[in-house]
Design a protein around this ligand. Structure first.
Ligand code: ASP
Length: 343
């Protein structure tokens, strides 16, 4: 590694770089030079920092094309930089973090995603601290001289979380993210205290393998008490759909009525891969705990175990993007690819 860490910032938009529209007073995306001008302290870091700026968006507009753009930028610059900081809106940050974790196969360098709840131009912004800390984490090395973080992670306020285990928990708090089924990777206080046992480490160092095709033919179905046969039938008949994340009750439970299970089984028989993920923020699917979960399993629904909804849906997009047939996708959903699932 060169004496001076080389970090690439990839700016995609989000509140961190937004300014107020003078007429409507609503926040709208703005350019990177405005953002960086508001962080003069960045010059105190003895890093070489370059940037790539995309057309800035509110992350509610993020999709598989945006993810491919970010993954391509990382692939094209992988050898030139020690680490990457992706500036991104918070609304879909956990989806992007999950998607990138699958797309960037054999990643050995830090990809740290951050943003803020208040724009960088506001006096009480959390953006300055988040950006500076993300840069420091992207440059950090362990005692063997290897990158401390070798995975996609979300840095927000006091914590570093594994990207594909994270969820946006608050629309108001500075500590907006949490990983409910996996410990933090670092706690940020006076210092940055890494939990080295929880950081992802590959057994072998293989060349970076970037996949840019994510298949968007997926959707969520959220169960609610009282869901009617007509509603479920309509959702399952969505044209072109290949994969569904079924957001179930508790430990992965759903109605035991025959009509419900018949509809689900018929969709599975048509080749739709249905993954069971709990609506609870903590814990996972235990299909055998209740009859109501076991019946879903018998109908051909795959357990998503303790995956987040964000990880489950982007994993489906990734596996179908590889061109796999439904039976292969169903098999690989339950396998651990990059720390997103406890098996
Ligand atoms: N709507 C914004 C976005 O996700 C929210 C944020 O950045 O905090 O782009």
């Amino acid at each position: 590694m060169a004496a001076q860490p080389r970090i690439l910032i990839i700016y995609t938009g989000g509140t961190i770089g937004m300014i107020e529209n003078p007429e409507t007073k609503a926040l709208q995306p703005f350019d990177f030079s405005h953002l960086i001008d508001n962080v003069p302290k960045i010059k105190m870091l003895d890093f070489r920092i370059d940037n790539i700026q995309f057309v800035p968006i509110d992350s509610s507009d993020m999709d598989e094309h945006g993810w491919a753009q970010i993954a391509t930028a990382i692939r094209d610059n992988y050898d030139r930089y020690d680490g990457f900081v992706v500036l991104h809106g918070t609304d879909t940050m956990a989806y992007t973090a999950s998607a990138l974790s699958f797309m960037l196969g054999n990643l050995h360098k830090p990809v740290i995603i951050t943003g803020s709840q208040l724009p960088i131009g506001e006096v009480r912004t959390d953006g300055e601290e988040n950006l500076i800390t993300a840069l420091q984490i992207a440059a950090a090395r362990n005692c063997a001289g290897e990158p401390m973080v070798q995975e996609v992670a979300i840095l927000f306020e006091n914590y570093l979380w594994r990207g594909n285990r994270s969820t946006k928990m608050s629309a108001d708090n500075f500590n907006a993210f949490k990983s409910n089924n996996y410990p933090r990777l670092a706690r940020i206080g006076l210092g940055i205290n890494y939990e080295e046992d929880h950081l992802l480490r590959h057994k072998e160092r293989l060349p970076l393998d970037v996949r840019t095709v994510m298949d968007p033919a997926v959707m969520f179905i959220e169960l609610n008490p009282g869901m009617t046969p007509a509603t479920l039938r309509h959702l399952l008949a969505t044209p072109g759909i290949k994969g569904i994340v079924l957001r179930t009750f508790g430990a992965g439970n759903g109605p035991t009525a025959d009509w419900f299970l018949d509809e689900i089984r018929a969709a599975v028989d048509r080749g739709i891969v249905i993954v069971n993920v709990t609506q609870c923020v903590n814990g996972g699917v235990h299909s055998k705990r209740y009859v109501s979960g076991d019946r879903l399993l018998s109908a051909g629904v795959i357990s998503g175990h303790d995956m987040t909804s964000e990880a489950a849906i982007t994993k489906l997009m990734y596996l179908f993007g590889l061109g796999l047939i439904p039976a292969e996708v169903a098999c690989r959903i339950e396998e651990n690819i990059c720390g997103e699932i406890t098996v």
